[in-house]
Ligand binder design. Structure first.
Ligand SMILES: Nc1ncnc2c1ncn2[C@@H]1O[C@H](COP(=O)(O)OP(=O)(O)OP(=O)(O)O)[C@@H](O)[C@H]1O
Ligand SMILES: [Mg+2]
Length: 269
């Protein structure tokens, strides 16, 4: 299963979710690959890769036809593998723009390795540019992290529709796995009300698990560690462990479409 983690907005927890959800699945013994598609390389550096060691990266996959297998690295977490990003990805947007089928370059590049992993996550930049569009068309599923604050969740429906449309126009059928509420801060009085409104509006399309604001999640990247390596008992670590359970259940339901239809879940399209 390939899952893209997308949002139009910056700083909503895409990278934190990619790293820690991937690590939580790896801890459950699933072979998991995290592919960093953000030129800022936040996911790569969160997993302890130094700036000077970012290349070769996913940019070489997209621009220079380097085989994906040659770009996959081990990490300090058992079962967790990484394909780094680098600043060269900035050139990818420009370069792909010159080619035909520019939205569907990544998928074929990943085909030779996708069966080597139980789960592949794509950490995307915060826009729906060519990198995110390629991530969408290469994926089976996508997740959208969103912060439950005033105005922060505007445009969620539009984003989901756009992603599905991008997939369909490339001949695919990428589906929403779920919207994930991140950095929920219940010290703010409005949070409870905003979360209530979102759950009413989006129903089962929002993960039950919420990731609350938790300082350990913000600290861990500075040490090049996942939250489980940094503070395994922090509430943020617990949230991502619970999310891994819910993620696996949701993916199982996607694999058994009859059950999905019966329980009327994920009826987005
Ligand atoms: N639940 C949380 N509690 C506290 N801090 C968090 C939480 N989740 C993420 N952060 C912090 O918030 C900032 C933004 O998170 P993150 O980098 O994951 O978002 P992003 O959507 O990937 O951002 P970008 O669009 O810049 O790639 C980071 O400093 C991160 O450490
Ligand atoms: Mg990021």
């Amino acid at each position: 299963m390939i899952t893209a983690i997308i949002s139009k907005k910056g700083g909503v927890g895409k990278t934190t979710t990619s790293v820690n959800l991937a690590a939580a699945l790896a801890a459950r013994g699933r072979r998991t690959l995290l592919i960093d598609l953000d030129p800022n390389a936040g996911a790569s550096m969160s997993l302890g890769v130094a700036k000077a060691d970012l290349g070769p990266s996913s940019a070489d996959l997209l621009l220079h036809d380097v085989p994906a297998a040659a770009l996959v690295r081990e990490t300090s977490v058992a079962n967790l593998y990484l394909m780094t990003a680098s600043v060269d990805l900035r050139g990818v947007e420009v370069e792909l723009d010159k080619r035909g089928r520019k939205d569907a370059v990544l998928g074929p590049c990943l085909r030779p390795i996708r069966r080597d992993f139980d789960h592949v996550f794509l950490d995307c930049p915060s826009s729906i540019g060519l990198l995110t569009r390629n991530a969408i068309t290469a994926s089976d599923l996508f997740m959208v992290p969103a912060v439950p604050q005033f105005l922060a969740t505007d445009g969620l429906d539009h984003l989901v529709e756009t992603a599905v449309r991008i997939s369909i126009s490339a001949g695919g059928r990428t589906e929403l796995l779920g919207i994930l509420l991140t950095m929920a801060d219940y010290r703010l009085r409005a949070t409870r009300e905003i979360v209530g409104q979102l759950r009413e509006r989006f129903g089962t399309k929002i993960f039950v698990v919420e990731v609350r604001t938790n300082v350990s999640l913000a600290e861990a990247p500075a040490y090049g560690k996942t939250v489980f390596q940094h503070k395994p008992y922090a509430t943020g670590a617990r949230a991502y462990r619970l999310l891994a359970d819910e993620f696996l259940d949701a993916v199982d339901r996607k694999r058994q479409p009859d059950l999905t239809a019966a329980s009327n879940v994920h009826a987005w399209r």
